[in-house]
Design a protein around this ligand. Sequence first.
Ligand SMILES: CC(C)(COP(=O)(O)OP(=O)(O)OC[C@H]1O[C@@H](n2cnc3c(N)ncnc32)[C@H](O)[C@@H]1OP(=O)(O)O)[C@@H](O)C(=O)NCCC(=O)NCCS
Length: 311
Amino acid sequence: MDVDDGDAGLELVHLLRRITGRMDLMGSEFAAANGLHPTDLRALIHLLDARREGYAATPGWLSGKLALNSASVTALVDRLVRAGYVRRTRDNRDRRRVLLGVQEEAVRLGWAFFGGVITDMVAAMREFDGAELAVARRFLERMYDVVRADKPTDPTVRLLPLDEATTERLLTVAVHEARPIDVMPPVPDGEVWTPAAENAFREFHRAHFEGARGTLMYAVEAGGSLTGMIRMARLSPDEAETGMWLGRSARGKGIGTAALKALVTEAAAAGVRLIVADTTTGNAAALGALRTCGATLTNHGDDVRAELPIS
Ligand SMILES: CC(C)(COP(=O)(O)OP(=O)(O)OC[C@H]1O[C@@H](n2cnc3c(N)ncnc32)[C@H](O)[C@@H]1OP(=O)(O)O)[C@@H](O)C(=O)NCCC(=O)NCCS
């Protein structure tokens, strides 16, 4: 597609560049004043975001965010640990996994850098009403999706039928990267993980091993790691229903779309002619994945029914 000088979008691109340029400059000045390398500051910002959004940050995840190789990330994390901003811990559930956490000092530093500008930006946003802010949010998310560095063009995904061992690995992902309510039928206090919720997760998945009760459940593996689950529930010999979830750090990288494509291949091999799914108008990622895989979407108020014929 060509872009010409009169394109209205081009002006917005220039404005976005001015904002990011200005914030980059502020970041560099702040990093220099605090004896940090600019990349160290970027790493701290990603780690603070991970803490706020509640997902487990690992060195591998950070190297994806910064587009650095693992040796450079090790050196960078060493620097941040020495400076007292970051700590390494072992994951209690998977002892091979190292988790990165920010120290209170980094939170203080982050606020010293961003506090003033965040306060001013939030105050300026009060000039807009809810609907306007919703459009701004959709616009910015779409622009971020275009520029994000860690978006693989076509991630390789494998669907692994669930068994005891895979369910246990999947539970580790769920506990770190999702809420109980996102990954299984509601349990009491579905916002937080408790031993009872973990057992309910095991029981729920066990009940569908090997397609029992007409539902096949698969762990979604991408880049060698488990990232979430996708299911195929048989409604009739010709028709199946699907649904899926991914851990927070795996979302928005094309994995959901790739998993759905892989499920369509499995379904076709099993003689299914139509896949259906239910979602909502606000779930842009689910709608995008379904649309890309060829589904027809029909709105019923806030609910959306997707129908994906298999030829
Ligand atoms: C829904 C879900 C499985 C989709 O998987 P995903 O890997 O995040 O999605 P993808 O990266 O494959 O993106 C699919 C499409 O949505 C778009 N998209 C992804 N994240 C988006 C976001 N936050 N906002 C807007 N669009 C988004 C992508 O650009 C892509 O569109 P395109 O095909 O036009 O490029 C995943 O986001 C998830 O687990 N969400 C939480 C649980 C959930 O909502 N499950 C579905 C219940 S119906």
